[in-house]
Design a protein around this ligand. Structure first.
Ligand code: XIL
Length: 300
């Protein structure tokens, strides 16, 4: 098949991209989007600072634009993200009372998920909750500091009760190398959730790679998570300088793991990337396919 989305679909997978609502009117952008991609993650529009800028005041306009586009073009949606320490409004990060924060977190989850009920394939329920470095523990955040270790479990239980048909994912970066303490910390959390019946369906590995591409253990990491009984997805792929080899290796790792169900790149053209000057994507600034595109398509 001649496009990323169609080639991925041949093995029951998807190929997605992050999308910015403000770019949908650009015809170069939307032509590539609708030709190549069959899954969409809003790059910023479903984050807390946009969707609930003040307590109880919800703004779904920008994300609704993306969801409408996806519906009109037969693309599925990944919801990103419900609970995250970043792009979090100050009114949330300054809450010090646990009962208040618990109520605010659960209300945010239920209101956003209910708004999009039936339209989201998978939600990143909790994003980036683990610390970098050697601790293997949760990072400091208002949720961790005020609610304690149980906040992740609480978020997943609330999410399942709200939309039982959406897949519920934990998403993080720097969990691609198997032996890293952060990878082990997330792995142990998922193992514990599965053992205790805490609802979790998938793990997203963001996969923001340097020029060398994925670590040698990447496929091992994907298959070890999958062996816990969750799907795995590559959720925010970009690779410094986007060598064909690095992209090909990344796509092949997913293709080699039955429960690696899809790949999403974090933007369309290099000029759309948050990694300014790194040229980390599959299309150049003019929308032309790069060698990394051909390598990715061949690997699907
Ligand atoms: C990034 C966006 O691409 C930028 O536009 C924004 O300024 C910051 O966030 N991990 C995530 C994504 O989960 O939401 C982040 O997206 C990149 C890192």
């Amino acid at each position: 098949s001649g496009t990323l989305g169609a080639a991925a679909a041949d093995s029951g997978r998807y190929f997605g991209t992050a999308v910015a609502a403000g770019k949908l009117g650009n015809s170069t952008y939307s032509t590539i989007l609708d030709r190549e991609f069959n899954m969409i993650t809003p790059e910023n529009e479903m984050k807390w600072d946009t969707t609930e800028p003040s307590r109880g005041n919800f703004n779904f306009g920008p994300a609704d634009q993306i969801v409408s586009h996806a519906t009109a073009h037969g693309q599925r949606m990944r919801g990103h993200t419900l609970v995250w320490h970043s792009q979090l409004p100050g009114w949330v990060s300054s809450i010090g009372d646990a009962a208040t924060l618990r109520s605010v977190m659960n209300n945010h989850i239920t209101t956003e998920m209910n708004h999009y009920k039936g339209k989201i394939y998978a939600w990143d329920v909790v994003n980036e909750a683990f610390a970098d470095g050697g601790s293997g523990q949760h990072r400091s955040s208002v949720f961790q500091n005020v609610l304690g270790n149980g906040f992740i479990e609480e978020a997943f239980r609330t999410a399942r009760a709200t939309d039982p048909s959406a897949k519920l994912c934990y998403n993080d970066y720097n969990i691609e190398n198997w032996t890293d303490a952060k990878t082990q910390g997330v792995y142990n959390m998922v193992k514990d959730f599965k053992a205790r019946g805490v609802p979790i369906d998938c793990v997203g590995l963001q996969s923001h790679f340097g020029a060398g591409g994925p670590p040698a253990s990447f496929q091992t990491t994907l298959s070890n998570f999958a062996a816990l009984g969750v799907d795995v997805q590559i959720t925010e792929l970009d690779i410094a300088q986007a060598s064909a080899t690095a992209y090909g290796n990344t796509v092949r790792a997913c293709m080699s793991v039955a429960r690696c169900t899809g790949i999403t790149v974090w933007g369309i053209r290099d000029s759309d990337s948050w990694r300014t000057g790194e040229n980390p994507l599959l299309f150049d600034n003019n929308g032309n396919k790069k060698s990394a595109y051909d390598a990715s398509l061949s690997a699907l």
